[in-house]
Each structure stands twice: as structure tokens, then as C-alpha cells.
Ligand binder design. Structure first.
Ligand code: ADP
Ligand code: PEP
Ligand code: MN
Length: 529
């Protein structure tokens, strides 16, 4: 390949021999290429309709970190499967051979809205639509900046490459392997687009703590007239980050990944990746609108082949069907993706036991306890093999993406909450009126009303009771919310069954927290109950 003149070539960045490289195509050209290559079909309004075959959610068990001297001490190996450097070399060599003579798409993008902390990422994809996806999801340099764009990290994503466990030190044909020293991620045998963005997230989660930045698996928004009045919403996949941050009364910073520095809150990304199952124009008008916009990537949705009308109820491909679009597609999105330090810290939990109240006020010590615990459920479709809500303790509300020990993030968050004087809340978007199977999912309208009251300060003015199982404070009555919902025990057909389930959950919390007890201060240990 000759030099492009405008962009660093693949040869220059260590990937020689690719016959046909498309550098930094814009959205129209990427859509054109995807259609030409038969990767998908046009949808209404010019959206791009694609399917990913077998992999329709993340493959956390196929994620690896290369065991290199510089990360030996800092990596949380119990949570990050190690790969031998030789295995990674073999994988890299075989993937490089695999792309010889082929056609690839390159996107040079920033991860991080704050220029002081951003990372230059080069994403090399076999699929044109993956290029379009990551162009939506990350942040776009100005055209003039691309000539001097030096990748600080590279992702090579080849869904058509099958890894060999014997040779490549992995578990199956699917692999997502990161070398922090080579600053390279290799992804093979999965078309699920989320792997691209979550790889970038995992990298930043490793790099940013060293710069004093708290990386967070959270969405964020700020008050309409005040970018300093920021709320962050921590939560594992499916707990409501995307849904609840898209609040027409507030300005959206981002739906999934943010940093908290001394300068404020910044989005790592420039786009959103929303679930579309049962998405309705009434409940979520802004997200709904993006599904018929030009260039929106619609992943694994069933549609009418003639009219290209989407079926939002059909989860026959997966319950994790998605749409990806740039923040600019949302009318109340921030133009800068920057805001002040979080005034409110919300931890979303999807409690499939139906025990936790719809909202609770947390002391800073309780917030630390719940952050390290990360109690929630994995929801259907988000990971391979998960077909119904599966209770889990996912530390930092994002264990699959945390390369360092939880205490590292815990200490950063504790100090930042103390400095900022943030208010902390635990919000259950999961079950009420019984556990999964007998109760129902918390009504979104109730969650929204409670969040609005928390964020505008009015919730602090109401009467609270102390929860006998968890020790946090729960409001007794809130305008616009059915008071019966606020007392989960009362929502169960048999309150004694609630008590039994609550006791079980308390025991699960204690057993899980034992691993953190020696790493936290007395007040956090005491915050337990
Ligand atoms: N009370 C609730 N709060 C938030 N989301 C809810 C609630 N009840 C049901 N849901 C549904 O749960 C899903 C939450 O998913 P999403 O917002 O994409 O989560 P995340 O961004 O954290 O992965 C959406 O499909 C939403 O419609
Ligand atoms: C993309 C993902 O994130 P979330 O569900 O949190 O939006 C994912 O978990 O695959
Ligand atoms: Mn989301």
C-alpha cells in the first residue's frame, strides 16, 4: 500500500501486507462499504441493519491479559485471565497472516473528552460496520489532526479468525486479548460490536488511576442550566445506565463510561449503545428516534425484509439487541461531554430477589460498601450463556472491565466523594412485589420520579426510615410515587417470605464482603449493616 499522505499507514504502524485499506472513512462511505460487502441491509431512515451470528453479547470468559513484567504487580489476576507472552505472539502472527491480501477498515479516534486524559486509539476492523460502530462510539479528531495522529493503542478485530486454544493459549476459538506493553488488543471470532468499546474501557480503567482519574462504569448527565450539577449512574449491563441518563429534563454527557478527575467529569466516548428490546417511542423518545436515523447501527434486531420495519418485541436473535449512534443524535446531549465533579453518585442495582428498596440514601461509608460489593444481576443476553437475571456481586458495578484490584478504584472514589461532598444513592431498578418469577420489574416511571427528586434536592426534604436489613435510609413518601413501592416488604404477598429472602441476601453480602474487609477502614466495615 502506498502512503496515503493523510494518515499513518498500516505498514507504518506494524501491519504490513494488507491489500486494501480504507482509512478513516466517514459514515456515508462506511454504510456504502458495509452494504457492498453484504454485511447488512439498509433500514428505515438509512440505519444499517446487521446481525452477528452466534456472539450476540460479550464473551467474558474468552478475555485475556498478557502476563508481562510491567503489569505483573498491578493486574488483578484473579479477575483477568492471564495469557503467556508467547501465546500472544503466536496469535498476533497468525492474525497478521490472516489479514494478508485482504480488505480492512481503519478508524483513528480519541477515547476521552478531556484532552489532558484522552488516548489515541487506532481500531482496525475486518467489518466495515465495526468501523462505523466505533466511529459512533468514540470521539472524532478533526480532519487536520489525523495526519499527525499517533496511535497509542491499537485494536485489531477479525471476526473471521478462529483462535486455536492449543496454539494461542485461549479457551475457545473466540479471544479478546490485551497486551499492555505492546499496546495492542486482538479480537477474534466474535462479531458482537460491544467488545470493541469495552476493550477501550478496560484499557482506560488500567491507565487512568495512575493519573489520579477515577474511571467509572457509569452514565452521566447534568442539570439543564448548570454543567457543574453532574449526576453519575453506576451500573452493570442492563441496570438502566443508558435508559435513565437519557432524561429529557437534563443534559446527557454519556451512557456508559466516564472519568472523574480534579477537573470534573468527562465521557470516554462520543456515542451511545442502547438496548432496543421493547424500546418505545413513548417511554424513550430520544433513543427511539435514533433507530431510523442515517448511519445508526442496528445490531441483531428482527425486521420485516420488505418494509424494513423493526420488531422491538422480537428477541429471537437475542434479548441484547442494540443500536449505536453518536451523541449528536440525541437532542439534549452535551456538545462537549464535559461537566463538573459529580454532585450526585447513583448506584444502580437490578435486584432479582426483590429485596432492595427503589431508592436508598447512603452515607459515604455505605457508598463504599455497596461500590465494592457491586450487588446486581446479570441480565439476559448481555453475556454468553445468561438467559435470565442472574444475581451477582460485580465489584465496582463492572467487574468484567476492571484490570486492577477493586480497592484501587474504591480508594479513588472514596477520596473524590469526600473532596466533592457528593450525595450517594442506591437505586433498585430490578424486581418489586416478589423475586424474579413472581414479582415484576420496577416501573421506569417510579425510578425516574425518585431520581428526579434526588437530583433536584427535594428528596432530602422528605421523611426517611432506616432499613432494618441494610442500615441505609429509605424515603417514606415521595411526590408522584406510589408509597407502597417504597416499602419492599409490603409489596410481597407474604411479608415473612420477604424477611427470609432479605436475611439470605444480607448473608450473601457479608460472605462476599469478607474479601474486602481487610482493605477498608472501620467505618466501611461497620457500614455493612
Ligand atoms: N425501573 C427501570 N429502570 C431502568 N430500566 C428499566 C427499568 N425497568 C425496566 N427497564 C429496562 O431495563 C433495560 C435497562 O437497560 P439499559 O438502560 O440499556 O442498561 P445499561 O445501559 O446499564 O446496560 C432497558 O431495556 C429498560 O427499558
Ligand atoms: C455494551 C455493554 O454495556 P452496557 O450493557 O453496560 O451498555 C455490554 O455489557 O456489552
Ligand atoms: Mn448501556
Amino acid at each position: 500500500m502506498p502512503k496515503t499522505g493523510q494518515f499513518r499507514t498500516l505498514e507504518e504502524t506494524g501491519f504490513p501486507g494488507v491489500a486494501h485499506v480504507h482509512y478513516n472513512l466517514l459514515e456515508p462511505a462506511l454504510v456504502e462499504q458495509a452494504i457492498r460487502l453484504g454485511e447488512g441491509q439498509l433500514g428505515q431512515g438509512g440505519a444499517l441493519l446487521v446481525t452477528t451470528g452466534k456472539h450476540t453479547g460479550r464473551s467474558p470468559k474468552d478475555k485475556f491479559v498478557v502476563r508481562e513484567p510491567s503489569v505483573e504487580k498491578s493486574m488483578w489476576w484473579e479477575n483477568n485471565a492471564p495469557m503467556a507472552p508467547e501465546a500472544f505472539e503466536a496469535l498476533k502472527a497468525d492474525m497478521k497472516a490472516h489479514i494478508q491480501g485482504g480488505e480492512l477498515f481503519v478508524q483513528d479516534l480519541y477515547a476521552g473528552a478531556d484532552p489532558e486524559f484522552r488516548l489515541n486509539v487506532r481500531v482496525i476492523t475486518e467489518l466495515a460496520w465495526h468501523g462505523l460502530f466505533i466511529r459512533h462510539m468514540l470521539r472524532r479528531p478533526e480532519f487536520e489532526e489525523l495526519a499527525n495522529f499517533l496511535p497509542e493503542f491499537t485494536i485489531l478485530n477479525c471476526p473471521s479468525f478462529k483462535a486455536d486454544p492449543e496454539k494461542h493459549g485461549c479457551r475457545s476459538n473466540t479471544v479478546i486479548a490485551v497486551s499492555m506493553e505492546q499496546r495492542l488488543v486482538l479480537i477474534a471470532n466474535t462479531g458482537y460490536a460491544g467488545e470493541n468499546k469495552k476493550s477501550v474501557f478496560s484499557i482506560l480503567n488500567y491507565l487512568l488511576p495512575e493519573k489520579g482519574v477515577m474511571p467509572m462504569h457509569c452514565s452521566a448527565n447534568h442539570a439543564k442550566d448548570d454543567p457543574e450539577d453532574v449526576a453519575v449512574f453506576f451500573g452493570l449491563s442492563g441496570t438502566g445506565k443508558t435508559t435513565l441518563s437519557a432524561d429529557p429534563g437534563r443534559v446527557l454527557l454519556g451512557d456508559d463510561e466516564h472519568g472523574w478527575s480534579d477537573r470534573g467529569t468527562f465521557n470516554f466516548e462520543g456515542g451511545c449503545y442502547a438496548k432496543t428490546i421493547n424500546l418505545s417511542a413513548e417511554a424513550e423518545p430520544e433513543i427511539y428516534k435514533t433507530t431510523s436515523m442515517f448511519g445508526t447501527v442496528i445490531e441483531n434486531m428482527v425486521y420485516d425484509p420488505r418494509t424494513r420495519e423493526l420488531d422491538f418485541a422480537d428477541d429471537s436473535l437475542t434479548a441484547n439487541m442494540r443500536c449505536a449512534y453518536p451523541l449528536s443524535a440525541i437532542s439534549n446531549a452535551s456538545a462537549t461531554s464535559l461537566g463538573g465533579t459529580p454532585k450526585n453518585v447513583i448506584m444502580l442495582t437490578c435486584d432479582a430477589f426483590g429485596v432492595l428498596p427503589p431508592i436508598a440514601r447512603l452515607t459515604p461509608a455505605q457508598a463504599m460498601y455497596h461500590f465494592l460489593s457491586g450487588f446486581t444481576s446479570k441480565v439476559a443476553g448481555t453475556e454468553r450463556g445468561v438467559t435470565e437475571p442472574q444475581p451477582t456481586f460485580s465489584t465496582c458495578f463492572g467487574a468484567p472491565f476492571m484490570p486492577r484490584r477493586p480497592e484501587v478504584y474504591g480508594a479513588l472514589l472514596r477520596d473524590k466523594i469526600a473532596e466533592t461532598g457528593s450525595s450517594c444513592w442506591l437505586v433498585n431498578t430490578g424486581w418489586t412485589g416478589g423475586a424474579f418469577g413472581s414479582g415484576k420489574r420496577m416501573p421506569i416511571a417510579a425510578t425516574r420520579a425518585l431520581l428526579t427528586a434526588a437530583l433536584n434536592g427535594s428528596l432530602n426534604g422528605v421523611e426517611f426510615r432506616v432499613d432494618p436489613n441494610f442500615g441505609f435510609e429509605v424515603p417514606v413518601a415521595v411526590d408522584g410515587v406510589d408509597p407502597a413501592l417504597l416499602d419492599p416488604r409490603g409489596t410481597w404477598a407474604e411479608p415473612e417470605a420477604y424477611d427470609a429472602q432479605a436475611r439470605k441476601l444480607v448473608e450473601m453480602f457479608s460472605a462476599n464482603f469478607a474479601q474486602y474487609a481487610e482493605h477498608v477502614e472501620d467505618d466501611v466495615r461497620a457500614a455493612a449493616m
